[in-house]
Design a protein around this ligand. Structure first.
Ligand code: 13P
Ligand code: 13P
Ligand code: MG
Ligand code: MG
Length: 368
């Protein structure tokens, strides 16, 4: 029997502004998922938030893209939207871009990361949740976890990791994908994923060996809201699932890349570069300039599809230095105001007000 680990998330209203999910929305989601657990639709669940994104973490045995599980998530978001409207929360229903559910939640606004796998004797799984950024924000840390020996000692030390991993890369503009072997094709891989607004890591697979090579060990949500809506309506705050230990990077190797607060795009109005700050669940609210972008990590042990406890992994002074560093970078970037590279480059501003400014000035541009 295989286990499916699903994270389905949506921003259905913030309080205040885009800062945080209201407690009442968490309650709505918990009640609905409790009912679904009793009815056997899911096996277990954990509801939380990162900033203004409502996160449904669920385990079940129904596989990826399951209509019942996706339908359940959609109904949770619909009901939470009603509550958000009653409470007057900001941007109620923001990420629900379509009206009628027809079998799969993909392309309807919410973000999805799902993986089905054969449970090992002991199965540590980490859920990463980000706010105020986009899927490409995971490229650097996921690459470092599974491909950088300066991050992951196991790539050098553990014979089971030594042969490396296979990366599934999506071109999110052309809607194509390519599988690349690492370390063999590392430089080509980096040529793509360094361009993080276009090429994103979707999944990572083990090579032939201890673990089945057709079952992912990491998966990232890659939904692009503006492509669905045709205009900017909020950033595509991404989530990821990573499995750890016994032939995979250790938990500490999975967390290690987040000790560097790398620059990601998002932040205020989804239009700025800024550092991503690893925080505890309690600190997962976006304040300064609607940010800075944040990431939380929640660790579980999965057994027979059940979640054994949870640990708020960045709730640790070991990440204080990173948070301090992130605030220094945030301060430095902020001083640029509306100038690049704090503000995103032109190509990434296309879906905001820039075309309207250009339209207004069209007649006044002269040849030089
Ligand atoms: P409004 O205040 O006009 O909604 O826009 C600002 C914002 O928060 C963008 O998401
Ligand atoms: P979210 O994408 O988290 O809703 O944030 C939107 C925004 O405009 C923040 O300034
Ligand atoms: Mg929002
Ligand atoms: Mg958000």
């Amino acid at each position: 029997m295989k286990t499916t680990f699903s994270i389905i998330k949506a921003d259905v209203g913030g309080c205040p502004g885009h800062a945080k999910v209201h407690e009442r929305l968490i309650e709505v989601a918990e009640n609905k998922l409790k009912e679904a657990k009793e009815n056997g639709i899911i096996k277990d669940f954990f509801v939380t938030n990162c900033g203004d994104d409502l996160e449904l973490i669920m385990t079940h045995d129904k596989g990826e893209d399951n209509e019942e599980v996706h339908g359940l998530a959609w109904n949770v978001f619909k009901e939470a939207t009603e509550t958000a409207k009653e409470l007057g929360l900001y941007g109620a229903g923001q990420d629900l871009l379509k009206d009628a559910f027809s079998g799969n939640i993909k392309g309807m606004g919410p973000g999805i990361a799902e993986m089905e796998f054969t449970e090992r004797k002991s199965e540590p799984v980490i859920a990463f949740l980000m706010d105020k950024t986009e899927p490409g924000a995971f490229n650097l840390p996921i690459f470092r976890i599974f491909a950088d020996p300066f991050n992951t000692a196991g790539l050098v030390i553990d014979p089971n990791l030594h042969s490396g991993f296979v990366f599934e890369i999506w071109d999110i503009k052309e809607h194509k994908r390519v599988f690349m072997k690492c370390p063999e094709e590392m430089y080509d891989l980096l040529a793509l994923i360094g361009a993080k607004s276009r090429f994103v890591i979707k999944r990572v697979f083990p090579k032939e060996g201890k673990l089945p090579s057709n079952e992912p060990v990491a998966v990232v949500s890659t939904e692009k809201l503006y492509q669905i809506a045709g205009e900017y309506i909020g950033k595509d705050d991404p989530v990821a699932i990573v499995r750890a230990q016994s032939g995979l990077p250790a938990l500490g190797e999975v967390l290690e890349p987040f000790a560097f607060p790398h620059l990601v795009s998002g932040w205020m109005r989804g239009s700025h570069n800024g550092p991503i700050m690893p925080v505890s669940l309690k600190q997962a609210k976006c304040t300064r300039f609607d940010g800075p972008p944040r990431v939380v990590a929640i660790g579980f042990q999965v057994k027979n599809g059940m979640l054994t406890g949870y640990e708020d992994l960045f709730d640790d002074p070991a990440f204080d230095y990173t948070r301090q560093k992130a605030m220094e970078i945030a301060e430095y970037m902020r001083r640029h105001g509306p100038f690049e590279p704090h503000r995103l480059p032109l190509e990434e501003m296309e879906y905001t007000t820039l075309p309207k400014v250009m339209e207004k000035l069209k007649e006044r541009f002269e040849e030089v």
